[in-house]
Design a binder for this molecule. Sequence first.
Ligand SMILES: NC(=O)c1ccc[n+]([C@@H]2O[C@H](COP(=O)([O-])OP(=O)(O)OC[C@H]3O[C@@H](n4cnc5c(N)ncnc54)[C@H](OP(=O)(O)O)[C@@H]3O)[C@@H](O)[C@H]2O)c1
Length: 295
Amino acid sequence: MTAQLIDGNAIAAQIKADVASRVVALKAKGTAPGLAAIIVGDNAASISYVSGKAADCAEVGIFSETFRLPETATHEDVVRLIERLNADDRFHAILPQLPMPRQVREQEVIDAMLARKDADGLHPVNLGRLLRGELDGAIPCTPHGVMELLRATGIDPAGKHVVVVGRSTLVGRPLAVLLSNKAAGANATVTICHTGTKDLGQFTREADIVVLAAGHVNTLTAAMCRPGVVVIDVGVNRVDAPTRPSGYRLVGDAAMDVREVASYVTPYTGGVGPMTRAMLLVNTVRAAEKLARGE
Ligand SMILES: NC(=O)c1ccc[n+]([C@@H]2O[C@H](COP(=O)([O-])OP(=O)(O)OC[C@H]3O[C@@H](n4cnc5c(N)ncnc54)[C@H](OP(=O)(O)O)[C@@H]3O)[C@@H](O)[C@H]2O)c1
């Protein structure tokens, strides 16, 4: 069996087109959706991610502005900026790009945002709503993107055994909650695995769907899969590539031989990544729509 590659770019393009039309409708009623991104320090990856997100906003008509603070900014400086943006009506969503320098307490920065302006769905109020099955607010972008990827590909998790590898608050745990919701497009039986799991293969070999969010190369190999499994690979890992100008290339958590046994896999690039970016736009437009409705 050779796995079919899931085209995250194409699915994200459909989502962006939908967001763009919602933005037009909002603007017609006098609301211009806005996203404020915050970068603290000079982390090259953060700068590159945020410039990509700003380009996405421009593509769908969302106003965005990036606020940069120096590497030496204090925790209080960041919180003050958050409070300023909370009160700024131009912005319906705020994205504090992580990671931040060590002196900044990231959790408290997230907590300082108004829950309704939380672009990434990581505010405790939004995570709590997620746990209660209330899905009309901000949902963490990557798990939400994975759910949309499955839906758009026609892969219904209902009644299936899904193994999620990784238990972070950003990806693994919210995804397990979404997948196990008693709702259409979910209703799966979910197992969460992590570094404390003794024999990962024992679980993945029983899975209909495996979602990899470990950040570790070759976490899943063909020998750990049953034929026909669906593999959603969230992981992004740098491996040496001396012939490339950058000296590295990006790979996921699944070994290449997984493609010989799986029915569907996401590619290393153009799979989950574009979906994560698209869902940030969804969260932003949702926040603006809610405010426009007076919610
Ligand atoms: N494509 C995208 O849009 C996107 C978005 C977000 C993240 N990512 C990528 O997804 C990966 C995960 O991100 P994250 O923020 O969730 O990372 P994280 O906070 O480091 O969490 C990784 C999780 O995976 C578990 N884990 C690590 N190695 C493992 C192994 N060999 N076997 C089983 N479990 C293992 C860890 O277990 P413990 O809890 O026991 O340590 C942890 O729960 C990273 O590569 C990240 O770059 C991609």
